[in-house]
Design a protein around this ligand. Structure first.
Ligand SMILES: NC(=O)c1ccc[n+]([C@@H]2O[C@H](COP(=O)([O-])OP(=O)(O)OC[C@H]3O[C@@H](n4cnc5c(N)ncnc54)[C@H](OP(=O)(O)O)[C@@H]3O)[C@@H](O)[C@H]2O)c1
Length: 224
């Protein structure tokens, strides 16, 4: 039977490339976007769902739709994320709150009610960032973004402890990817979304330990 992957933020960038990759690899893919529309991905195995992680009602509606249509999920990939303060140097309240609303609060409260729908031996992968590593942080930029990814990493650890032996949980750094999360990534990024998705999929196939923080760009463990 085909496995089911739920990928948030599948309308562009890494999430879209990952949705395409997983469809090619024989998964049924549920992809989310705020509009509910996802262009250029078609087929009976692809389902798009409307989800705005900054809006609790939208989260609840998405849960209802997912749980009505699908009996179980094999892999939840929390990919949707924003970085409005990337490359800025001081926190600003509006973008700080929005970053936490989506990257942390929305992601946590989207995940919690879905956990019981994740099949045994399933997985939760949080698309984090090396920028959230306390260990490697030597810079002062992107305060909200970095802090949000550190918080997401802690959620990974907590879930890995809670779900030990049942569901694997990991944080993944997808590399520096040419997406519009910030305009400069389109020129400065090292990987295409397709290359990043290939690397993330290699991790999915690996026999990894739950509670891992993985750098999929170079295929190694990252320090928290
Ligand atoms: N690009 C990089 O170099 C890089 C590096 C490290 C980590 N990451 C992480 O990788 C993930 C994907 O990033 P990306 O570079 O692919 O970004 P992206 O191209 O900007 O895509 C972000 C996705 O998130 C969705 N999204 C935005 N706001 C949302 C909201 N309020 N509710 C639900 N979904 C929302 C977007 O969909 P709609 O706008 O259609 O709703 C879109 O599909 C993020 O978590 C990011 O932090 C990226």
């Amino acid at each position: 039977m085909k496995k089911i992957a739920l990928i948030t933020g599948a309308s562009k960038g890494i999430g879209k490339a990952l949705a395409k990759k997983m469809l090619n690899e024989g998964f049924i893919v549920i992809g989310t976007s705020r509009s509910g529309k996802i262009n250029d991905i078609e087929g009976k195995d692809f389902h798009s769902i409307k989800l705005d992680l900054s809006n609790p009602e939208s989260i609840e509606d998405a849960h209802k739709e997912i749980l009505k249509k699908f009996k179980g999920i094999d892999i939840l990939i929390n990919n949707a994320g924003i970085g409005p303060d990337l490359d800025t140097y001081y926190p600003e309240r509006k973008s700080f709150n929005l970053t936490f609303d989506i990257n942390v609060n929305g992601t946590v409260f989207f995940t919690e009610p879905l956990i019981e729908a994740i099949n045994e031996n399933g997985a939760i992968l949080n698309i984090s960032s090396k920028m959230g590593s306390l260990h490697v942080c030597e810079l002062t930029d992107s305060v909200a973004y970095r802090m949000s990814k550190s918080a997401l990493n802690m959620y990974t650890k907590i879930l890995a402890n809670r779900l030990k032996g049942k569901i694997k949980v990991a944080s993944i750094h997808p590399g520096w990817v040419k997406t519009t999360i910030i305009e400069s990534n389109l020129t400065n990024g090292r990987l295409t979304p397709k290359e990043s998705a290939e690397n993330i999929f290699n991790f999915i196939k690996m026999d990894y330990e739950s509670g891992t923080f993985w750098n999929s760009e170079n295929g190694s463990n990252l320090q928290w």
